[in-house]
Design a protein around this ligand. Structure first.
Ligand code: NAD
Ligand code: TYD
Length: 386
């Protein structure tokens, strides 16, 4: 823990807090910052600080008495039970997970541990806490489980988008572990009456995303003149959701969502990976005119595909839109511009998170795919992005 983060013994008293898990990761930290900025009340933030968790994401709330950071593991049931008893949160918002598909392929164990066993431990602790509540505290308590559209499997080009009744068909170890966690949450609602809600969202992008995921990886590599590795033919489609739109959806679901329900969250921005990278490269050409790697598109390199690569994800968010009146505010173009501008203005953050362990991951994931982790200097690219 950094010296200027509050310790857990300096608990915020007064308005009931929420307990956030994984609040030092990409979506969790955006959620915490947005929650605090919106004056929604205190946050207790439980995070193990894996490679994906960074206290630097929370630097702007250092010293904020409404934010209490606890360095710990959701698999530690006793710790979670103690935090619930001590802080008496009005909700648990559960982000903590292993979240990267490629890492789940090379090392699935951590995914089963955190995503399945960790969710189980959290549910058990939340159940014990909920059963101890009475009156208004019991009435308002919610467990919000943040999950993914990847539990639904893959779509063909003409298939309708995933809706809340789409059968589960997870294809990667990551998706299978999240599907398992969703099933646990459902069972804890059905069997024990835990007032939980599940959200399944599409691919997020925005500030503080770790540069192992497509968009920040491409920005980081392009700025250094490294290859932009496109898996397979690059025609895989994702439905991109700006992270703050997602955070607002979660706030909406917490306020007005119905217990036991699932809500799909999507940005309505289906793009294939080539389109995403092409748009990113054009933005970088514009925003970094002095770059010696312009046009950045020349850095694109096709590499060996991901095993079991899902072809298309798309979200039907009409339930959330019509029932709870949530609507995404960012188009892909406006959200991507904000994102690239953020990465350009925060190069120190990128440098801070791409140290030793990150370089090992890059060597492991891309070394066997036909891309050397070394600088490419823009000379080996196939001209395919048309
Ligand atoms: P992330 O990998 O950036 O962050 C995960 C956070 O959880 C990190 O801060 C990490 O330190 C923490 N963590 C991991 N294991 C832990 C443990 N055992 N105990 C406590 N903390 C632990 O993930 P993200 O992209 O912010 O995703 C957050 C949630 O949203 C995940 O549940 C993920 O499955 C889901 N989701 C993400 C996306 C996306 O596009 N990023 C899309 C759909 C769903
Ligand atoms: P990713 O950001 O890992 O999210 P997810 O696998 O959860 O959708 O990947 C998004 C898409 O980008 C996916 O189709 C895989 C592809 N991709 C690449 O082509 N190259 C890369 O280096 C990475 C990380 C992803």
């Amino acid at each position: 823990m950094s010296s200027n983060q509050k310790t857990e013994t300096q608990a915020t008293r007064g308005a009931a807090p929420i307990l956030v898990t994984g609040g030092a990761g990409f979506i969790g930290s955006n959620f915490v910052l947005d929650w605090l900025a919106s004056g929604n009340g205190p946050v207790v933030n439980l995070d193990k600080l894996t490679y994906a968790g960074n206290l630097a994401n929370l630097a702007s709330v250092e010293g904020n008495s409404a934010h209490t950071f606890v360095h710990g593991d959701i698999c530690d049931g006793a710790l979670v039970a103690r935090l619930l008893a001590e802080y008496r949160p009005r909700a648990v918002v559960h982000f903590a997970a292993e979240s990267h598909v490629d890492r789940s392929i090379s090392g699935p164990e951590a995914f089963l541990r955190t995503n399945i066993d960790g969710t189980f431990k959290l549910l058990q602790a939340a159940r014990g806490y909920y059963e101890s509540l009475a009156g208004e505290e019991r009435e308002r308590f919610r467990f919000l489980h943040v999950s993914t559209d990847e539990v639904y499997g893959t779509l063909s080009p003409d298939d309708p988008a995933f809706h809340e009744e789409t059968p589960y068909a997870p294809n990667s170890p990551y998706a299978a572990s999240k599907a398992a966690s969703d099933h646990l949450v459902r069972a804890w609602v059905h069997t024990y009456g835990l007032p939980a809600i599940i959200t399944n969202c599409s691919n997020n992008y925005g500030p503080f995303q770790f540069p192992e995921k497509l968009i920040p990886l491409m920005v980081s590599n392009a700025l250094q003149g490294k290859a932009l590795p496109i898996y397979g033919d690059g025609r895989q489609v994702r439905d991109w959701l700006y992270v703050i739109d997602h955070c607002r959806a979660l706030q909406t679901v917490l306020k007005r969502g119905r217990v036991g329900e699932t809500y799909n969250v999507g940005g309505g921005n289906q793009r294939n990976n080539l389109e995403v990278v092409r748009t990113l490269c054009a933005l970088l050409d514009e925003l970094v005119p002095e770059s010696k790697f312009r046009p950045h598109q020349q850095l694109v390199k096709y590499v060996t595909d991901r095993p079991g690569h899902d072809r298309r994800y798309a979200i039907d968010a009409r339930k959330l839109e019509t029932e709870l009146d949530w609507h995404a505010q960012e188009s892909f173009e406006t959200g991507l511009r904000k994102t690239v501008e953020w990465y350009l203005a925060n190069s120190a953050w990128v440098e801070g998170v791409t140290s030793g362990a990150y370089q090992q991951w890059v060597a492991q994931n891309y070394g066997n795919r036909g891309v050397e982790p070394a600088t490419v200097q823009g000379t080996t690219t196939k001209e395919v992005l048309r």
